[in-house]
Design a binder for this molecule. Sequence first.
Ligand code: SF4
Length: 401
Amino acid sequence: MNKIELLAPAGDLEKLKWAIMYGADAVYLGGKKFSLRANATNFTIDEIKEGVKFAHEHNAKVYVTVNILFHEEDMTGLLEYLKELEDAKVDAIIVSDLFIIDLVKENNINLEIHISTQECTLNSEAVKFYKSEGVKRVVLARESSKKDIKNIMDETNMDIEVFVHGAMCTCYSGRCMLSNYMTNRDSNRGGCAQVCRWVFDLYDEYKTKISDVAEFAISPKDLSLLKYIPDLIDIGVTSLKIEGRMKSIYYIATLVSVYRRVIDKYLEDKENYKYNKKDEIELYRCANRETLPQYFDKFPGVNEQYYIGREENTNQDFLGVVLDYDEENKEIIIEQRNYFSKGDVINIFGPKKEPFNIVVSYIKNGDNELVDAARHPKEILRIPCYKKVSKNDLLRVNFLG
Ligand code: SF4
């Protein structure tokens, strides 16, 4: 069976464990220095070691981003840090500034190198160059089309990683100065202020404000290639990457479990595989922005952008985390995350588990008293469940019918 890697974001140690539990083959994370996503919690070297140990025990890999563009002031401590990553037995580093390739070679540091999407690689000649330098894998720019990905695979026979889900930039990957210009926060050193999603006033060519446009933004909708997983597998890409190191555990668990299911179903029986719209609904409900294939199937146009502000919805779908299952009383013990009440139909999902529904015929609080609703965040409650569930399964609003 053709093995393809599902690669998930890990914003902290807890998210790393959840991503792997829910089916990721590998995770990527950033250390406290030299990594983009400065607002993610990011890992100390001891946390990286613990994450690598957990991942390797579960046959998963850990890649560490060292993908800022380095200014002179950023260089202090880099060599020592790379040696610490080697010592921590990380499976690869993801780099953007190319001098790191030489630095690793010259110092005989045993680290596999992946080229970050920040390098904006869009053609096979660039990939051949990286290959000749000893690079193991290239993460293509999110602006790659299916045709280009296939050509690059055919021309280079290189390990290729493709983004399948997450946020897009208005500018090409790694080529944006908006944040630097508007906020003095450097998007290529982890400081992006997401300026492209701000609301702007719009002026005509005579510098007159167009007053009938209430809000104007230049924010791209998010990327999802769920529908195209079979195409990517058949093209032969090595790794499918989910973006979002700052996302919640619920988001990561949902995305990883849906992509895992789709990949496995296609690999199990390619001929009879059918795209299931319900998988897409699951993804849509846990995200707060519309998703599209973006550059994969055509050049994006007006429909791939938000032009009237952020248009994001928060949702209250995440209802609770399973702490334990009481087999004798056929009850789940949960930690509540959002309101639900007696009589609701809720959905339960977990690692490598088909989601299923239950009716909440009663709710008991921590004193074993019956209550009509789960009102308090983090409250420990009991609800009936005919099927055995496992610790760390998740409860959500039933939106699957
Ligand atoms: S400002 Fe927008 S386009 Fe620029 S790096 Fe940030 S998210 Fe990307």
